[in-house]
Design a protein around this ligand. Structure first.
Ligand code: X2X
Length: 338
């Protein structure tokens, strides 16, 4: 009797378990919207730290309805790859340099014009003002939504494994990695260098195996990406300021009810502002820290590098490409570049 009861229970439980397994298609979190956020920086970079904080606040602020999973280190693919995925909807959020975004939205490269921004006092009013508005509007035309606050990547510096770069002439024929974007290639060709386009997720190994003798990036990337392990010299050129647009797949963005969209953009923008402060602090502290990790620093006369670009026709070429609206917005923020 007892035996048959047990077996009947087991039978009932067993048969009930089957359909339960079959209908359990939603993830355990049971958020209404589970979105992926991909980026190329290391886990220790402020972009990743602030993105994770924003994701937690978004979950809280939407009572668990929106869950954002952050994938650092180009885990979901290279930048070029991920740009394709955020367009198709395979990834919902993605931070990308305006210059790489320019492979889809040509004028998004405008912030990368060499030596355009004297300092951050010129960068943020431009990116939060007319220049950024122009880029965001162009981006929207291509089916991507850009959050209103651009995150900081930083002022870029040249590192090498072979020799210190002191003058523009030192770049003659120099094998340098640049990110995959026409403005970068054009700029380093104007310096007389020999640039190769490589996505960031392959930069460490390209330097380690000497496919390239150098690269250029902000201090926070050089540090968090451990590029100091495979580079010996750093030249403080400040040749370009670069930022990350936080892009959303348009369909996924518009699928969020307006109140949730409001929470998401508010938290992302707040996190972006904090990330800007983090980078500013790192710029001050990382010089000593990178020196202690073995990088030898060289200060350069930036005006000589700028003159080399001008002589090569870099500014007139790009003024033409960007057109009067974008170029006018840039010069409105930084003064005449002619
Ligand atoms: O690819 C790079 O060098 C990086 C990390 O700076 C960008 O995202 C453009």
């Amino acid at each position: 009797m007892v035996q048959s009861m047990i077996s009947r229970r087991a039978l009932v439980a067993g048969s009930a378990a089957l359909p339960l397994v079959a209908i359990r298609t939603r993830p355990a979190s049971a958020a209404e919207f589970t979105y992926k956020f991909a980026h190329n920086t290391a886990t220790t970079h402020p972009l990743n730290v602030r993105a994770l904080e924003a994701a937690a606040k978004i979950k809280e602020g939407t009572s668990g309805r929106v869950e954002i999973q952050v994938f650092p280190n180009s885990q979901l693919g290279s930048d070029t790859d991920t740009l394709g995925q955020v367009r198709s909807g395979g990834v919902e959020f993605f931070t990308l340099s305006g210059l790489i975004l320019s492979t889809l939205v040509p004028n998004a490269a405008i912030n990368g014009v060499g030596f355009a921004f004297k300092d951050y006092g010129q960068v943020w009013p431009a990116m939060d003002g007319a220049l950024g508005a122009h880029v965001r509007a162009e981006t929207a035309k291509r089916g991507l939504y850009a959050m209103s606050k651009c995150w900081d990547n930083g002022y870029r510096q040249i590192t090498t494994s072979t020799k210190p770069i002191k003058t523009p002439e030192d770049l003659n024929g120099f094998k340098i990695r640049v990110p995959p974007a026409p403005l970068w290639t054009s700029m380093f060709k104007a310096f007389g260098a020999s640039p190769t386009s490589i996505n960031f997720n392959e930069v460490y190994s390209a330097l380690q195996t000497r496919i390239c003798d150098g690269q250029e990036n902000p201090l926070a990337i050089i540090d968090s990406g451990k590029l100091y392990e495979v580079q010996k010299y750093l030249s403080v050129t400040n040749h370009m300021w670069d930022g990350f647009w936080l892009l959303a797949n348009k369909r996924a963005w518009e699928a969020l009810p307006a109140d949730l969209r409001g929470v998401v953009e508010r938290e992302f923008d707040a996190a972006g502002l904090l990330e800007r402060q983090d980078i500013a602090k790192l710029n001050a502290s990382l010089q000593d820290s990178l020196k202690s990790k073995g990088l030898q620093f060289t200060d350069v006369d930036a005006s000589a590098f700028r003159a080399a670009l001008k002589k090569a026709g870099f500014y007139s070429e790009w003024r033409e490409k960007f057109g009067p609206e974008a170029w006018g917005a840039l010069e409105g923020a930084v003064g005449s570049l002619a």
